[in-house]
Design a protein around this ligand. Sequence first.
Ligand SMILES: Cc1ncc(COP(=O)(O)O)c(C=O)c1O
Length: 387
Amino acid sequence: MKKEFAKRVKVTKRSFVREILNVAKDKSVISFAGGLPDSSLFPLEMIAKEIENTIKKGSDILQYSDAQGLKELRVELAKQYTKTKAKNILITSGSQQALDILCKAFIDKNDTIITESPTYLAALNLFREYGASIKSIDIEKGVQIKKLEKIFKSKRVKFFYTIPTFQNPTGYSWSKKEREKVAKLAKKYNILIIEDTPYNSLKYEGKQESGFDKLLPHHSITLGTFSKVLAPDFRIGWIRADEKFIQIFQTLKENSDLQSSKFFQYVALGLIKNKTLSKHTQTLQKEYRKKRDYMVEALKENFKDNIEFKIPKGGMFIWVKFKGSDTMRLFKQAINNKVAFVPAKVFYPKKKISSYARLNFTNSTFDEIKNGIKKLKDAYVRSKVIS
Ligand SMILES: Cc1ncc(COP(=O)(O)O)c(C=O)c1O
């Protein structure tokens, strides 16, 4: 049967990262591609205990309930923000659903939105699916404030989507000054800021700068998730926003999936209350810092001055410039050599050839990091000889 799909299906691409994850399932490939946590560190025993405790609450917890999410969990989540109460939080199925809800709420076809360049690929794909006209500002040499103001001035902008802390894909964080300047401009031009914060707790050194909940509480929306600090499969994220927004978002969520599973919200709540989550976050900070340092040393040792990168102070990624190479071509050589990464090209809203690549350091063992970077060096040398 021939079916004519909606126009949005034509622009919807399967994420390149998902494709790579498939390649990386091949156990012989060392993958620095996905944004995956280290599953060997998941606090399984504590999770099992909380699952047992949750079951003991009785069968009612498995019943339908309201879409905003478990009140006690929202109370806990609200504590980390300024001027935020449980009524300002909506529980979502990961922050990916939060992004989808925001698109539904704000984007009509051809509406202008702004992103960083480069930015989170799955957000870009979603914005494209909703037909947004995507403008962007470079962040690789600091936030392009002047360009941002120019866009704010010249266009009716629906929102500015940003990941200002340990960004995906660059690992960069905005300075205090940059945050303050952007907050001032957003206020002046009445622009909504959407701040995505999945990596904020994975901080290895330095000071955490204020989020937009503090700088601009009523002109900003914050997205959070348990995916990176607990486990992605919980599929629990949240939106912090003004109550009037939350009511609309809640209706949109209801239309889409009625509610997120309460069972795992109870489990997550238990892990917050018994301090497992805060202890586990400290473990992740310690272990991921070691992995980051190990990858930094392996890169330096193998590539000498053929690469450039800044050491990220948190998060999961190192953004590496492979001098004189197109990383899309390097990627093909790398896969032949059984190592994977994500070429920068896919993270830019506008097409461009790039010598940058995103390397994940949290999901590999120390041996994999050592061998994978060596394999990458061989692929780099080979791609140079061929080109
Ligand atoms: C910037 C960013 N936002 C959102 C997500 C989605 O996370 P989840 O839906 O698992 O909460 C990710 C996942 O990698 C991400 O990197």
